[in-house]
Design a protein. Structure first.
Length: 40
């Protein structure tokens, strides 16, 4: 999860948003990452 957060931070330095793809049956992971991205 921490690596994904670092990738989001790096991507948002160059782009206005990120596209998250839900891993198989792990919707909570996408939700947590989306909340993190919105908080930045």
């Amino acid at each position: 999860m921490r690596i994904a957060e670092k990738i989001i931070v790096a991507a948002l330095e160059h782009f206005s948003g990120v596209y998250l793809i839900t891993p198989f049956l792990h919707y909570e992971t996408t939700t947590e990452l989306a909340e993190f991205a919105r908080s930045l």
